[in-house]
Write a protein that binds this ligand. Structure first.
Ligand SMILES: Nc1ncnc2c1ncn2[C@@H]1O[C@H](COP(=O)(O)OP(=O)(O)OP(=O)(O)O)[C@@H](O)[C@H]1O
Ligand SMILES: [Mg+2]
Length: 324
């Protein structure tokens, strides 16, 4: 019954959402072209170029300032995620998995975390997402940087997490079953279901799956579309923070490019945290980057990454090597 209702709402509202999504995409494209056009128009004359470079270096400095949290300094007023002195020593591990980890992230944009296997990247994401509790330290969400930890239930509600190879964890048969799996089923969950159904249309548009029938067998989807579906499942919840663990793993080159472009769209509305070894592919859409070393120690490598990008046809390979 509930599922029929959801399906009906989806079809009835389909056109409205399609036009809303088109308008949003047009707006985003116009923002992007404006952003691209601005430096060029500011560089019509030599003086303009100099001013343009001045602006660019100021922008880089601003980006660097936004990274202060990684060094243990206080986060800025515009930050939304505040991780302070987080330690994690689960019973049985016999050692610290994370020790004194500090990280602050703004409300929007893509943060890339790179680092050796076993350094604690996935562990930090599961703590941020409210799936585990730190042994000590603060994990707070919101504008108030001084607040105490946000309870894990609230973090679960505000942070979406897409694990590595999410398609391996699909439980339903159809797309609709996957998308509605965790929805409230009780009679008085009607209002919530309606809200989720509206968002489902938006989420499917966001990942470019709006034309695929909801009764499609998930096993029949291509690898890239399975990954998009996993993202849509999280987007339905409209999380303020979206964490993705190795989002490009196991995908072919074309799908990797598509998923990267999708991340570039998603970061406009929320904080996106990506853990990935695929630095070269993700770096063009990255706003800030950290390298994680043993026990979660984070170093700001945004400038290194920017440098590698700037010399993409030069010494890029040398710079990228330092992310291993
Ligand atoms: N609950 C736990 N109990 C014991 N050890 C754990 C627990 N959770 C994580 N670990 C260990 O902590 C270390 C960090 O694991 P984590 O999965 O976070 O690393 P990672 O940086 O994501 O690595 P990879 O790049 O391989 O995915 C690993 O050595 C792992 O075995
Ligand atoms: Mg991992």
């Amino acid at each position: 019954m509930a599922r029929e209702w959801v399906t009906n709402v989806s079809h009835v509202e389909h056109d409205t959402f399609a036009s809303l999504a088109r308008a949003r995409r047009r707006r985003a494209r116009s923002d992007m072209s404006h952003a691209r056009a601005s430096p060029a128009s500011g560089a019509r004359e030599v003086g303009g170029r100099a001013r343009g470079r001045g602006r660019a270096s100021r922008a880089r400095a601003t980006a660097s300032r936004a990274l202060r949290g990684a060094d243990g300094e206080h986060s800025t007023a515009r930050d939304f995620v505040h991780i302070r002195n987080v330690c994690y020593s689960p019973a049985g591990a016999g050692r610290d998995i994370l020790r004194d980890v500090n990280l602050s992230l703004p409300r929007k944009g893509l943060t890339l975390i790179v680092g050796r296997s076993g350094s604690g990247k996935s562990t930090l994401m599961t703590i941020l997402a409210g799936l585990s509790e730190p042994t000590s330290g603060v994990v707070a969400l919101g504008a108030d940087e001084t607040r105490a930890s946000t309870p894990s239930a609230e973090r679960l509600a505000q942070v979406g997490i897409v694990f590595q190879f999410p398609e391996r964890h699909f439980l339903g048969t159809t797309m609709l079953q996957e998308l509605t799996f965790a929805w409230p089923q009780t009679q008085n969950g009607f209002t919530k279901r309606r809200e989720l159904a509206y968002r489902m249309n938006d989420a499917l548009h966001a990942v470019g799956m709006e034309r695929i029938p909801l009764d499609t067998d998930v096993r029949a989807l291509s690898g890239g579309y399975k990954r998009r579906l996993a993202l849509a499942i999280q987007l339905v919840r409209d999380p303020a923070v979206l964490c993705l663990d190795e989002p490009l793993a196991g995908l072919d080159w074309q799908t990797r490019a598509e998923v990267t472009a999708l991340l570039n769209d998603l970061k406009r509305d929320r904080a996106v945290v990506v853990v990935s070894h695929d630095v070269e592919e993700i770096s063009p859409v990255t706003d800030r980057a950290y390298r994680m070393e043993n026990m979660g120690v984070l170093t700001d490598v945004s400038d290194e990454l920017a440098g590698a990008r700037a010399s993409a046809f030069g010494a890029a390979a040398d710079s990228f090597a330092s992310f291993d």
